[in-house]
Design a protein around this ligand. Structure first.
Ligand code: NAP
Length: 269
């Protein structure tokens, strides 16, 4: 079994990574940062986001596991004291893999034929570069839906619905649903300007285009990565064909993770 461990870099995560690597040697597991079958992140959900982007070019060939050295995470759901159990489970038999949907983002520029493509595990956002009002036209499935004015827009995956999307009042969506969610960030709503005001959940076959109205410079984030784009014609959002694969060694249902993260970790659902 070829593996790689990515750590958050703090002393606790580094010590756990070192301990795990010693155990891995006992099982004749091979460290392979180029072509791992299993990618283990040690830290938090933020560390797993970084690991995902590092290996996003080979998603069909690797499976992710997250260990948290801080608080319980949505992707990082193994505890430091469980690592021996985890390593034995990795080596025991074929493990179960569960797949979660991803968001595809394509930024198209006014220079014809030029575009940039991203995959998001949590979400992508669009804002202006200087904090001024974002003015964009939103098309859904080729039909004009609304002109949005406000701080920005957030388009999230089901597994990312518990992150920034939740803070924006979006719904929590079970990751078995192949969908994306479009959420407003502080829209301007008065007698002159109007937006729908509710988060929209789009199925896999519905594509959303967001077109800047005034000028084509936007600040776009994809998970923890922030990029300024100039001369943008439109940004396309849809459910990606690719999926992220998580190695599962025990059941930990999504709603239990939601309960334990946001309600109480002491009681069971
Ligand atoms: P960060 O600002 O250091 O961390 C943001 C927080 O979001 C961390 O507590 C992180 O958990 C948590 N998180 C990440 N993915 C999550 C998920 N799927 N469900 C629930 N919580 C999750 O930034 P970062 O570590 O680089 O992560 C980038 C993410 O921050 C973005 O994808 C976005 O979702 C989130 N964010 C949230 C807000 C907000 O809630 N107002 C604003 C901006 C960005 P860990 O501590 O376990 O890493």
């Amino acid at each position: 079994m070829r593996y790689v461990i990515l750590s958050k870099g703090d002393p606790k995560s580094e010590a756990l990574k070192h301990k795990m690597m010693c155990h891995m040697q006992d099982f004749n597991m091979i460290e392979d940062a180029e072509n791992p079958e299993i990618v283990i992140s040690v830290g938090g959900d933020g560390t797993l986001l970084q690991a995902f982007h590092h290996y996003s070019h080979m998603l069909s060939r690797c499976a992710f596991v997250g260990i948290h050295t801080g608080h319980l995470g949505f992707y990082a759901d193994w505890l430091p004291h469980e690592v021996e159990k985890l390593i034995i489970a990795i080596n025991k038999a074929e493990f179960q893999v569960i797949e979660y949907p991803l968001l595809e983002v394509i930024v198209r520029y006014n220079d014809e034929g030029y575009e940039t493509r991203y995959l998001a595990l949590n979400e992508a956002t669009m804002k202006t570069e200087n904090g001024s009002t974002l003015v964009v036209d939103i098309d859904i499935r080729g039909q004009h839906f609304e002109r949005f004015r406000g701080d920005g827009l957030c388009v999230s995956t089901p597994s990312g619905s518990t992150a920034y999307n939740k803070a924006l009042g979006g719904a929590l969506i079970h990751p078995s649903l192949e969908a994306i969610q479009l959420t407003e960030i502080a829209s301007i709503n008065n007698r002159v300007f109007r937006t729908v005001g509710s988060p929209l959940v789009l199925p896999k076959h519905h594509t959303c285009h967001v077109k800047p109205v005034d000028h084509g410079t936007i600040l776009s984030t994809v998970d923890h990565i922030s990029v300024k784009h100039k001369n943008v014609n439109a940004v396309q959002y849809r459910v990606a064909n690719e999926k992220v694969r998580f190695a599962r060694f025990r059941p930990f249902p999504f709603w239990k993770r939601v309960h334990d993260s946001f309600i109480s970790s002491g009681e069971s659902l």
